[in-house]
Design a protein around this ligand. Structure first.
Ligand SMILES: [Zn+2]
Length: 437
């Protein structure tokens, strides 16, 4: 029996889906002491975790994070692992997925602690060995995407909170307890992911892929006696996500405006833009949220209808004086608002330097963001079913009087336009909700 075989035995025992290797040595400082009473949350059962106030739980997970293993223990853990079977040659995509783990490792204070090893074993899965070595099977890196890998890592970090309890339960042959601890690690992972603004549902999609793979290749989804079924995990995860989302819910909005600025406006102008769009929509009874989705993108908020807004650094080739338009996705029909920023900036400069502009302070102080905001509100109106009107925000051409009205908060949607937008959004939300059921 070579050392390679030891991988097999050890890994078959504990890698399936995920779970820590047994045999961690040193006892773990379970909890940081000296915390105020309201921060003490007992990690007892999965049902208890579900009943715990999510905000308190999130705070607790941060404050009572188990102290990392010492460098001596880590060195010992590394020597105990077999040398063969470690995969060092990784594809670019595998390396990218591993690099994506940095965010979560850093946020949980595990970046300098965990040694990551990719290993060649038949099954897919992750495991945390001796709280120091994160073992990831080669197959996992091809099966799951970067977000799912982060979510699975969050589950492993969750194991640290219940490490000794799990070892005790395994040694006592208490399979029911071991299963429940797995659910608790899912719950901890969900709270951690949501706290970092990550998509907690990716934990279940990652587990699903791993489960299916192991079932097809090895005929068994996981260590059945020590793991809850995927269905049990999904039910619990859904409840946990809902509970945690409920607690972190902001003021509910009707419309999620997700913008990408393409370097067209600086922060000050974007602030003016946001302020203008939201003021115009709020006056029409439409509560909106304005989110920068330029960098990594934004995840969808299932509670509200969304419109993407692209601020473009160009004029429309065919019609140079067009400020914006609505494009519809060919398949889903979902609207995207396109805004041509340069002609708007030109127009604002022209207004400011006009005779009216120079004599009227409201026009003399007009900035690009004001008109960009009005243009977005106008296009959002179109996206929500409005046509051009004789007056107000939906006028086809904006005159200098309209510009003055905009600057003095007199430019509005009409009340029937407001009613149409609200009814379109209600229908959209209902269909989103129906699709989610
Ligand atoms: Zn129009």
């Amino acid at each position: 029996m070579g050392r390679g075989t030891r991988w097999q035995a050890a890994v078959v025992a504990s890698l399936s889906v995920s779970g820590p290797f047994l045999g961690a040595t040193a006892p773990i400082p379970e909890m940081a002491h000296g915390k105020s009473a309201d921060e003490v949350v007992a990690l007892t059962t999965s049902q208890n975790l579900l009943a715990t106030d999510p905000t308190a739980l999130r705070r607790f997970l941060q404050n009572a994070r188990p102290a990392p293993v010492s460098s001596e223990d880590k060195a010992r853990a590394l020597t105990a692992l077999p040398l063969e079977g470690a995969v060092t040659h990784l594809s670019a995509s595998a390396r990218q997925k591993l690099a994506a783990l940095t965010t979560l490792l850093r946020a949980t204070g595990r970046e300098p602690v965990y040694e990551i090893k990719v290993i060649a074993v038949p099954q897919a899965g992750l495991a945390l060995y001796a709280r120091a070595v994160l073992l990831i099977s080669e197959a996992t890196l091809t099966l799951v995407d970067a977000e799912e890998l982060q979510a699975l890592l969050a589950h492993e970090v969750g194991h640290e909170y219940v490490w000794t309890e799990r070892e005790r339960s395994v040694n006592a042959g208490d399979h029911g307890r071991v299963k429940d601890l797995e659910l608790m690690c899912d719950g901890i992972a969900i709270v951690m992911l949501q706290g970092l603004g990550m998509d907690a549902s990716r934990l279940m999609s990652g587990l699903q892929r791993i489960n299916r793979f192991n079932l097809e290749r090895l005929g068994t989804a996981n260590n059945e006696s020590d793991y809850p079924t995927l269905a049990q995990r999904q039910v619990f995860a859904r409840a946990m996500v809902a509970r945690s989302a409920e607690a972190t819910a902001e003021v509910p909005v009707d419309l999620d405006l997700r913008f990408t600025s393409h370097a067209t406006l600086d922060a000050v102008e974007l602030e003016r833009t946001s302020e203008t769009v939201q003021r115009l929509l709020t006056a029409a009874g439409v509560l909106s949220r304005w989110r920068d989705c330029s960098g990594a993108g934004c995840r969808a908020d299932p509670g509200s209808a969304a419109i993407d807004v692209l601020l473009l650094p160009m004029t429309k080739l065919t019609e140079r004086d067009v400020y914006g338009e609505v494009a519809h996705d060919a398949i889903t029909g979902a609207p995207t608002v396109l805004i041509y920023v340069p002609p708007i900036a030109d127009r604002v400069r022209a207004i400011r330097s006009s005779i009216d502009g120079r004599s009227n302070p409201a026009l003399a102080t007009m900035q690009t963001g004001h008109l960009v905001g009005a243009a977005i509100a106008h296009e959002v109106g179109h996206a929500l079913g409005l046509r051009h009107g004789a007056q107000g925000v939906m006028k086809g051409r904006l005159t200098i009087d309209d510009a003055l009205a905009l600057r003095t908060s007199r430019l509005l949607f009409t009340s029937s336009e407001g009613a149409t937008m609200r009814s379109t959004l209600r229908t959209a939300r209902n269909s989103v909700a129906a699709a989610a059921r």
